[in-house]
Structures are given as structure tokens and as C-alpha cells.
Design a protein around this ligand. Structure first.
Ligand code: ATP
Ligand code: MG
Length: 634
């Protein structure tokens, strides 16, 4: 049971509500008492002076004054009281009973001094009877009603017997009635039946209202609890779904489930060995020693079989449950009860999620439902993570395959190329024009094949993480870019292109591997030269921009159609206009370029329009000058 949701006190809700209401009503009762006290004094003097009745003015005035006086005490007492719905309002209960008891004594005295059984003040009892039924429980209302009957009966009896004097109101009744047994008997009988009848009717109504009120409060508590859990479920789902890494998904799921349920620990076990064993995949809150027992064997564990069949199973007390495989280990870890739910994917059970509590009988139906919900959303996250891991494995396998195949192709192609070159050079005999032309064409095609193999090798090696990890070191980007541009001076001249280079005055340094960065910039500059027709211009500019090195490679070439721009970094993609104008090309250059650049936290973006030329912008983080030694390797 979640401690946060445990009942705040053991008292039944209906009783708590009565007491809370009672606590709130005490102030109102005190306010009414000011009117009652003043009313007694006023009515006495009005009856005496206005109506000329012979009354026991002094005792009656004293009763009025006493009511006001004890009310002062009650008001002071009340100021020290705080009412709340969660705690037991013991002090309020005592105050209420004391106040009602004091009032009933005052009414009895009032009745005595205003004619005993003949007094019309008897009717005032009913105010208090109604008050008692509103404020107190039905049982207490009957108790006070009985007390009223006893008080009045005792008073009438004592006066009748002459134990106490009868104080009549002179001028009100033609003859004294207190000594007539028939009158006294019937007045008491009517009083008693009216009092009991009133309490009966009033308590029936208040009981019903209180039950409703208790239901509403219980419902609103349930609602609040459900809301809290939903909120926590949402937060846990968000945490779990915000990653695709299997281990992270599992760890987040165990931690958030234990926290939300407020329990000692949570574990996830996944099915292994063809569904024969359940091995630990993540745990939260348990010591490593607990898991030394190893995997749970499905065919030896009836409990997990039940869970894997789709049921949420609670073990209320570890000590007395024969379904467990290792009860001693659990007990020595301080576990007393546990709840297990299945993790079920599309293809069947994936494993189990289990929560552990250090008290017996810890979990209720709500907890079972909650764990079932966590398990079902956890299963989805788990499946996604498993699918992601499988995809990654597949991708790695695919790239390894490409790598192996291309690697195996490389050497025969190399041999064919060198043989063709030997033939073309005439070292194997003089060639006819037709033969020379055919061999030149064959050479061009094998050159292309060689580039394709190199690109594929680069790509597969880079993405599969199989490239030999050379440590990144500070690179002088000015020198690197200048070297690449130099490589294209002759090809640019042959194509009648203007090739320009603009470098900053200070050297810009970034972290990377020179050979790889060379390849990336080479691809970009070769594209610019390749896709710019004769008479065009290619400008390579390196500059510092907000603590970054920015290199733009712009040309006045054929441009890239807008719809093609989204696909530029896809493997083997070539825009239709490029394919139409330049036959050779694999569509791998930019993929390799981006792959290399992202390795060194660089970004690449393109701006182009069909027939308007293209600008590629590469931005790399600069190494601050103070972070590298004065003499740098180039
Ligand atoms: P290779 O793999 O041999 O470099 P490629 O040049 O066709 O072949 P990428 O370098 O990856 O392949 O370029 C992909 C496509 O992007 C090109 O086919 C072309 O459509 C377009 N592209 C790249 N750079 C430019 C540019 N400077 N001007 C116009 N189109 C370009
Ligand atoms: Mg290219």
C-alpha cells in the first residue's frame, strides 16, 4: 500500500465528518448562547414589568447572567481549537458535550424557577434536542434526549414530592398543576414521546445526509488518488519513452514504479533460453547479493508460470507461500510481500515486472491495477527498445557485409586496372586505335568502379564504427583547406573555371583527423568543380564566426533542384540534373562527408537553386588558442 495513500486515521469517514462539522458548529452555538442568555433576562423583566406576572426575578436573572458568563469561558476555550478533517477532533468533542450539558442544566433551572412542570420554558428543550441531533451522532442525541427526560422527570418528581419547593409564576395559571399526578404524568409522557419522536425524525434525516456527505468525500478522495496515480503514470511513461536504449528503458521503469508505489524495490526479468528462464535485466532497491541465486526457472516456478500466462499475482506473505522458488533469500533481504505482473509484447510474454514490500499484505487491488498498467505501457517501451536494438544489429551486420564484399572486390579491381594501364601504355604490344580506344573506355569504367569501392568502404567503415579509431588532434584548417584547393587548380584550369580561395589572417584550429577532414572538404570542392560548367567560378572561403570555423564552398554551377535537396545526404542519391550532365558519380560523396563532419561536431548545410549555383557551409567548433600547444602538427 502506498504510504501516501494510506488512510490518514483509523476513524470511519462518517464519524470524522460528524466531528469536523461539530467542531465548526461550536462557534455558531456560542453565538446563539449570547441571544439565549440575554433573552432569559429580557423575557423575565418583560413578563414581570410588562405583563405583571409574579416571577422569581432574581434567580431567573441570575440564570441569564450565568448563561452569559459560562459562554465567555466557552468562547475563550473555543479560540484554542483548530478543526481539521484529517485528525481526531477530541477537544471539539469534549467542548461540545460540555457546552450542551451546561445548557441543559441551565434550562432545567430555568424550568424550575418558571413553574416546574407547569413552565412553558419546557419547550426550549426542543431547541437543544434539534441542536444535539444536528451536531452529535444519533446515539448521543438519544442519550441527551434521555437525559432531558430524566432531568425534567426528576424536577417534576422532586417538586411533587415536596423535596424541593415549587416556584409558580403568579397570575399565569388559575390553579397549581404540579401536584396533580395525572397532569404531571401526562405532561411528562407527552414531553418524553415528543422528545424521542423529534430525535427519531431528525436523526433519520441527518443520518441520510451524513451518509451522502461521507460518500461524496470518499469519492473525491478516490478521485484525488486516481488523479495522483495517473499523473505519476504519465510522468513515468514519459521518462520511459524518452529513450530507446534498452537498459535505460528498463532502469527508468524499475525506478519510477518503485517510487510511485512507495515500495522497497522493483525488478524486471526478461525471458531467455527460449523462454525457459527469467533472468534479471534491471533492479532498483535490492542488494546485488540477492541476485546471486541466478535466473528463475520457468518450469520450476508455478508463480511465474501463472504471471507469464497473463495474471498479476500477489504474494501477501513470503513466509507462508509455497509457490516461491527462493523464499529464504527474499526473507533475508527483508522482503515480506511482492506483486508480479507480466510484460507481454505482440509476440507473447517478454518477461515480468515485480515490486517488493517490507511489510506483509502490502498491496491492494489499486496497486495491482496500477502495476498492470505500468507493465502494459512498459511492454510497449520495451518492445520498441528491443526492436531498436535489433535494427541497430541489423544495420551493423549489413555494413559489415558491405565492408567485407567491397574489401574483397578491391584487390581484383586493382589488378585489372594495373593490367589495363599496362596494355594502354603499350607495354604488352602496340595497340590499334580501336583497341586503344576500347582499353581507355575500360580503364575509365574500372576507375569509376575503384572510386565506388573506396566510397563504399569509407561509408561502411565509418558508420559501423569499424574505422581504425585515430585520435582526434588539433588541425590547422587554413592549411588543410588550402591543400585541397591546390589539388583542383589544374582540373579547374582545364575546365576554364575560376577557382578562388579566401583564408583568414589567423589560423583556425579544430579537432579532427586530418585524413578524414581532407576527404570531406575534397568531396565538397570536387563537387563544386564537377558541377560548374566552363566559364563559371568556384569560391572557397574560410572565416571565423562566433567562436566557430566556417568554410563556405560556393559555385555558379548547375544548382540543385529544391525537391532534390532533402535527399542529398542519402546513400546513392544523385539529383536528375547532375545525372544528366555528369555521367560518373556514385552519390556517396556527401553521405561520407556528413558522416565525417558529424564525428567532429561539425555541421553542414546547403543553399542552392536550379541553375543558380550552390553554396555548402561547414561549421566546426574552434579549439580555443589556450587549449593547444604553440607548435602544432599540421
Ligand atoms: P560522388 O559520390 O562520386 O561524389 P556525386 O558527386 O554525384 O558522386 P555526392 O557528392 O554525394 O555524389 O553528391 C550528391 C548529389 O548532390 C550530386 O549527384 C548532385 O546532384 C548534388 N550536388 C552536390 N554538390 C553539388 C554542387 N556543387 N552543385 C550541384 N549539385 C551538387
Ligand atoms: Mg561528389
Amino acid at each position: 500500500m502506498d504510504k501516501r495513500f494510506a488512510p490518514e486515521h483509523p476513524t470511519p469517514l462518517s464519524r470524522t465528518l460528524v466531528e469536523y462539522e461539530l467542531c465548526l458548529s461550536l462557534e455558531w452555538l456560542c453565538r446563539l448562547r449570547w441571544i439565549a442568555g440575554a433573552g432569559v433576562i429580557l423575557a423575565t423583566w418583560l413578563a414581570r414589568l410588562g405583563l405583571g406576572l409574579e416571577l422569581a426575578v432574581t434567580p431567573l436573572t441570575l440564570i441569564g447572567v450565568s448563561i452569559l458568563a459560562y459562554n465567555v469561558v466557552f468562547v475563550r476555550w473555543l479560540n484554542r481549537l483548530t478543526c481539521d478533517l484529517s485528525g481526531a477532533n477530541v477537544s471539539a468533542r469534549i467542548q461540545a458535550r460540555t457546552q450542551i450539558a451546561a445548557d441543559w442544566i441551565a434550562i432545567t433551572l430555568l424550568i424550575h424557577y418558571s413553574g416546574g412542570i407547569e413552565s412553558l420554558a419546557i419547550l426550549y428543550f426542543f431547541f437543544h434536542i434539534i441542536l444535539a441531533t444536528i451536531l452529535l451522532s444519533a446515539r448521543e442525541a438519544y442519550l441527551f434526549a434521555g437525559l432531558a427526560i430524566v432531568l425534567l422527570g426528576g424536577l417534576a418528581g422532586a417538586e411533587y414530592r415536596g423535596w424541593i419547593p415549587h416556584i409558580a409564576v403568579g397570575g399565569l395559571l388559575p390553579a397549581p398543576l404540579y401536584a396533580r399526578p395525572l397532569y404531571v404524568g401526562s405532561a411528562l409522557a407527552f414531553f418524553a414521546s415528543a422528545v424521542i419522536g423529534s430525535v427519531y425524525l431528525a436523526t433519520r434525516t441527518t443520518d441520510r445526509l451524513r451518509k451522502r456527505e461521507a460518500e461524496i468525500v470518499a469519492l473525491s478522495r478516490d478521485l484525488q488518488r486516481a488523479y495522483n496515480r495517473l499523473h505519476m503514470l504519465y510522468e513515468s511513461a514519459q521518462a520511459v519513452n524518452s529513450t530507446l536504449e534498452l537498459q535505460e528503458v528498463l532502469d527508468r521503469l524499475t525506478r519510477s514504479t518503485a517510487e510511485v508505489l512507495g515500495v522497497k524495490a522493483c525488478t524486471i526479468r526478461l525471458l531467455e533460453a527460449g523462454g525457459q528462464s527469467l533472468c534479471l535485466a534491471s533492479s532498483y532497491g535490492l542488494r546485488d547479493a540477492y541476485f546471486q541465486k541466478g535466473c528463475l526457472l520457468v518450469d520450476q516456478n508455478p508463480l511465474v508460470r501463472e504471471v507469464l500466462a497473463g495474471k498479476v499475482v500477489a504474494v501477501d506473505d513470503i513466509a507462508g507461500d509455497a509457490r516461491l522458488q527462493y523464499p529464504e533469500a527474499a526473507l533475508s533481504e527483508g522482503i515480506r510481500s511482492m506483486l508480479t505482473a507480466p510484460l507481454i509484447g505482440h509476440g507473447g510474454p517478454l518477461g515480468i515486472i515485480r515490486v517488493y514490500c517490507d511489510r506483509p499484505r502490502c498491496f491492494n487491488e489499486d496497486d495491482q491495477q496500477y502495476l498492470a498498467t505500468v507493465a502494459s505501457h512498459g511492454s510497449i517501451a520495451l518492445e520498441n527498445a528491443l526492436a531498436y536494438a535489433a535494427l541497430r544489429d541489423l544495420d551493423a551486420t549489413k555494413r559489415k557485409f558491405i565492408l567485407t564484399v567491397t574489401h574483397e572486390l578491391r584487390s581484383p579491381v586493382g589488378v585489372v586496372r594495373s593490367l589495363l594501364r599496362t596494355l594502354a601504355g603499350g607495354y604488352a604490344g602496340v595497340l590499334t586505335d580501336v583497341q586503344a580506344d576500347m582499353i581507355a573506355r575500360a580503364l575509365r569504367r574500372t576507375d569509376f568502379l575503384q572510386t565506388l569501392i573506396d566510397d563504399l568502404l569509407d561509408l561502411a567503415a565509418g558508420k559501423a564504427g569499424l574505422h581504425i579509431e585515430e585520435a582526434a588532434q588539433p588541425i590547422n584548417l587554413n592549411q588543410l583547406v588550402a591543400r585541397v584547393v591546390e589539388r583542383y587548380i589544374v582540373p579547374a584550369e582545364e575546365k576554364h573555371l575560376t577557382l578562388q580561395l579566401q583564408l583568414p589572417d589567423v589560423p583556425l584550429h579544430i579537432l579532427g583527423v586530418a585524413e578524414q577532414l581532407d576527404r570531406a572538404f575534397n568531396n565538397l570542392i570536387s563537387n563544386a568543380v564537377k558541377y560548374t560548367p566552363a566559364g563559371g567560378r568556384v569560391l572557397v572561403r574560410l572565416q571565423e564566426m562566433e567562436m566557430q570555423a566556417q568554410c563556405t564552398i560556393s559555385d555558379t554551377g548547375i544548382g540543385i533542384p529544391e525537391e532534390a535537396q532533402a535527399h542529398l545526404f542519402e546513400e546513392f542519391y544523385r539529383a536528375p540534373n547532375a545525372k544528366a550532365q555528369v555521367k560518373e558519380g556514385t552519390g556517396l560523396g556527401l553521405v561520407i562527408t556528413k558522416d565525417i563532419l558529424t564525428r567532429y561536431n561539425c555541421t553542414i548545410r546547403v543553399k542552392s537553386g536550379l541553375g543558380e549555383g550552390t553554396t555548402f557551409t561547414v561549421t566546426c567548433p574552434l579549439i580555443p588558442a589556450e587549449q593547444f600547444p604553440k607548435e602544432l602538427p599540421d
